[in-house]
Ligand binder design. Structure first.
Ligand SMILES: [Zn+2]
Length: 60
């Protein structure tokens, strides 16, 4: 299964195994660009700001 792509934390090389073939360091799971927590929570953040913007204007 080559569904998940791992990325070396040290040299940044992509690998399909847990060990980097370039430097031998541990590789971590590379999150797909689809998954963006910023966007996911950005919606709620904007909603939150919208709801609270009436209380403190121009603050922050
Ligand atoms: Zn590496």
């Amino acid at each position: 299964m080559a569904n998940h792509i791992l990325k070396c934390r040290k040299c940044g090389a992509y690998s399909l195994s847990k060990e980097c073939g370039n430097c031998g360091s541990a590789c971590v799971l590379c999150q797909p660009s689809k998954y963006s927590p910023e966007d996911k929570y950005g919606k709620y953040r904007r909603q939150y700001i919208k709801e609270h913007s009436g209380m403190k204007k121009g603050g922050y």
